[in-house]
Write a protein that binds this ligand. Structure first.
Ligand code: HEM
Length: 406
């Protein structure tokens, strides 16, 4: 991969990916906005700027609602990537109003704090069962045994994906998410395309089945909304389900294992948490700030903007560094300190503006449930081996987290 410029930013360097926070501090010192040639993006690293840009309607997750590719100065993706783009481009995360508003309104009914609160007993019971399994085995991989099965089961249950069909969900999701890394390789693209085709075919069949035999699940709900007011096309339904299934677990898995790894590296903080479980809500927020699970989000410049005197023209791309924003000393006192009792914590890990994470209330319930179950049922939990980090920077996490329970 091309060597980056003079900037303290090298998302392909394993040392940077392992701990990007010191480099972010340097980057923030270097100014409010810097051009990064290897990805042809403008990097924004300060909390105030990231927060403002996420709400700025001159930027968009897509430009295709306003401009053609050539008109916007961009080359269209190669035709062989088409299945990935068809799937991705019809999900609400990659749409702008009015399509975004229409789809988000429909889906958000399933994610209001009150609706999600009703899932809490189920989530807590499942977290307890998973942790009991880990304890009975004397330990294991926290990612494989607890962090991953919990959110996958919850979102699959909400959508009504039968248990027997769930095994390929994780590999499909991982392959599709490979496309969200910076400058994905052809190999990553080929995997994403294959997964997009298989995942879409699976959901098309499931939607057809639910159309015949509706159930008490989100897919049936979306079909009903579709049939009543013709408000979701078949493709939008498929894309919405894939987005919910992928977004519904990728970041939660990484938040759980990144969080526990941070706890193991801060035994004083872990001891304080073990002594006082009322710290769980602030601990969940602090761990998401301290080691941000999704490091970078992009926006297209739809209408020229100016940041600190630098004009950024239409057609350019901005890369907002969430992990850096979450460590900005202008907002967070002593940002490199893990403080599970931190109260003033306006972290940006769930984004802001119209694409603010629709699943945030559910994610918070899941993270608190697994943390509480691990504190209650595995009080002697400890690290068994130094974890191996995934090479990914954008969706940043560990390959696994081996633990022991004495
Ligand atoms: C710790 C866990 C999670 C984190 C850190 C997270 C983070 C995010 C972020 C940063 C965005 C917006 C990206 C942008 O502005 O470009 C987002 C959007 C979204 N998230 Fe989450 N998320 C998490 C869990 C979930 C869960 C559990 C679900 C669903 C069950 C979910 C569903 C979504 C959806 C559908 C969107 C798109 C919203 C829109 O475009 O309007 N997320 N998430």
């Amino acid at each position: 991969m091309a060597a980056p410029s003079d900037l303290a930013f090298d998302p392909w360097d394993p040392a940077f990916v392992a701990d990007p926070y010191p480099a972010y501090a340097e980057l923030r010192e270097q100014g409010r906005v810097r051009y990064f040639e290897p990805t042809d993006q403008w990097l924004v690293a300060h909390h105030a700027d990231v927060s403002a840009l996420l709400r700025d309607r001159r930027l968009g997750r897509t430009y295709q609602h306003r401009f053609g590719h050539e008109e916007f100065g961009r080359t269209p993706p190669p035709p062989e990537h088409e299945p990935f783009h068809t799937l991705n481009d019809h999900g609400m995360l990659d749409l702008e109003p009015p399509d975004h508003t229409r789809i988000r309104r429909l889906v958000s009914k399933a994610f209001t704090p009150r609706t999600v609160e009703r899932l809490r007993p189920y989530v807590e019971r499942l977290a307890g069962e998973l942790v009991d399994g880990l304890v009975a085995a004397g330990g294991g991989d926290l990612l494989r045994d607890v962090a991953e099965p919990l959110p996958v089961a919850v979102i699959a249950e909400m959508l009504g994906i039968p248990e027997s069909d769930r095994a390929p969900l994780r590999p499909w999701s991982a392959d599709i998410c490979g496309m969200y890394e910076l400058n994905p390789s052809e190999e990553a693209a080929a995997k994403a395309v294959r997964a997009s085709v298989e995942f879409s075919d699976y959901l098309r069949d499931l939607i057809a089945e639910r159309r015949k035999n509706p159930g008490d699940d989100l897919i049936s709900g979306l079909i009903a909304a579709h049939d009543e007011g013709d408000r979701l096309t078949e493709q939008e339904m498929i894309s919405t389900c894939v987005l919910l299934l992928n977004a519904g677990h990728e970041a939660t898995v990484n938040s759980t294992v990144n969080g526990w790894w941070a706890l193991f590296r801060h035994p004083d903080q872990l001891a304080a948490l073990r002594a006082d479980h009322s710290l769980v809500p602030t601990a969940v927020e602090e761990l998401m700030r301290y080691d941000t699970p999704l490091q970078l989000f992009e926006r297209w410049v739809l209408d020229e903007i100016e940041i600190d005197g630098q004009v950024i023209p239409r057609g350019a791309e901005i890369a907002m560094l969430f992990g850096s924003a979450n460590h900005d000393p202008a907002v967070f006192a002593d940002p490199s300190r893990l403080d599970l009792a931190r109260r003033d914590n306006p972290h940006i890990s769930f984004s802001a503006g119209i694409h603010y994470c629709i699943g945030a209330p559910l994610a918070r319930i899941e993270l608190a449930a697994s943390m509480t179950a691990l504190l209650d049922r595995a009080p002697t939990l400890r690290l068994a081996a130094e974890p191996v980090r995934k090479p990914n920077f954008v969706i940043r996490g560990l390959e696994g987290l081996e633990v022991e329970v004495a």
